[in-house]
Ligand binder design. Sequence first.
Ligand SMILES: Nc1ncnc2c1ncn2[C@@H]1O[C@H](COP(=O)(O)OP(=O)(O)OP(=O)(O)O)[C@@H](O)[C@H]1O
Ligand SMILES: O=P(O)(O)OC[C@H]1O[C@](O)(CO)[C@@H](O)[C@@H]1O
Ligand SMILES: [Mg+2]
Length: 457
Amino acid sequence: MTLHLDDLRVRHLGECRYDSPFSESLSTKQTSPHYVAEGDRVLLEDTVSMLAGHDLPAGLVPSFEAAGPRRKIYFDPATVTAGVVTCGGLCPGLNNVIRGLVQELSVHYKVKRILGFRNGLQGLTAEHREDTVELTPEDVRDIHHAGGTILGSSRGGQDADEMVDTLVARGVDVMFVIGGDGGMRAATFLGNAIRARGLDIAVIGVPKTIDNDLPFTDQSFGFQSAFARATDFISAVAVEAAASPNGVGIVKLMGRHSGFIASYAALAANAADIVLIPEVPFVLEGADGLLAHVEQQVRTKGRVVIVLAEGAGQEHLGVPRHNGRGTDASGNVKLGNIGELVKERITAHLTAEGLTPTMRYIDPSYAVRSIAANAYDSVYCLRLAHAAVHAAMAGRTEAAVARWRRRFVHVPLSLMTSRRNQVDPDGDLWMSVLETTCQPARFGRAPVREKVRAGFC
Ligand SMILES: Nc1ncnc2c1ncn2[C@@H]1O[C@H](COP(=O)(O)OP(=O)(O)OP(=O)(O)O)[C@@H](O)[C@H]1O
Ligand SMILES: O=P(O)(O)OC[C@H]1O[C@](O)(CO)[C@@H](O)[C@@H]1O
Ligand SMILES: [Mg+2]
């Protein structure tokens, strides 16, 4: 995919005619290392060679619109009704984003009516559209101390036109969709349906996923909190494995298609001997397979610690072994349980070799994603929420707010779902994992998966 400047332009609902509550404080602001002025743009790429590769004048190289307050805004805040929904799996920081949206809308823009739709996009169906909660700064004052989402969430498909009917029926002018890849896809369809009807409703996405698998965002919110929590479980099995004869510690973490949590948690704990992720296939049997390496670790060190992502090694799971396949209500493929399979195979292998293991297996998946945001994510969520409100009030639509190369930017929704962010087996993150674990670059000659696209062209 080659991206051009026009691919990165965000849709505007129209001319901004109202003074923003921030217009005075913005009048003297200029771009600096710590601020991007409205009208300036943030480069898509950040190396000299990538920029030179375009062979274009600076103003035409691919870049994102900077997020942040504008001096003039599109909507008259006095007449605005805002809507908020959270969808998909839980993620630390959902409540922080809700709180940030409500505070910014109410306190600075003086928006009087903010509706929270309940239980994900289900809340936008005809059946549930009246079941909303009014959100005020007082209601959300303490919600950021808790994990989960006060609005509830769900999976499952909804008709875009029915959701637009709901927005019209409830008088919503600006709609905030907090969701993962599915949520961003749903927001895209919602935006398309709104545009097809010629309605004046802004749709702004706030990308959320503990898997960190969304593109065009440095890291998604909640990811840091999630992998920090996962670290505790790795440390626990490492202690257990070290204290037991032929100790084997296994921690299975979330990560359907992307092994970011497994990789970062393993690096943070610095106690894993092996990390298995979906992006790097592995072979179990043979002299250079996983089982032989596990055996060698147990023989030489007396223990081994393995961190694996749930999506790793799916090629080893036949149907219907370990849960089978099929899809969930949102169409996401249900994964087989690679953790159980690896546990069984290691137990059988070591026992056959006369090294009967002491197995310590933990699957802390929901314990990792249901926690409250840590301090870093709390700041990040708040700033994303502010950016989302500024974008919507300035009439941006069919866009997500994201942090890109440490700057907050507007990303067209269509781009947020155009590709999946994955660990690049040739990139420096995976190199750090290999350096830390000392595991071989590959276990056996597993078929090389389609190369992860690290660039944009
Ligand atoms: N292609 C699509 N078209 C319309 N709606 C979709 C589409 N994909 C997903 N959705 C809807 O978006 C919502 C969220 O999707 P999903 O359950 O996949 O979670 P998500 O937002 O991807 O979050 P995560 O995967 O991080 O938990 C669901 O209600 C789902 O029905
Ligand atoms: O059990 P649930 O709610 O379907 O969620 C599981 C999935 O959600 C995620 O946490 C993404 O939100 C994935 O890592 C995981 O596979
Ligand atoms: Mg998803």
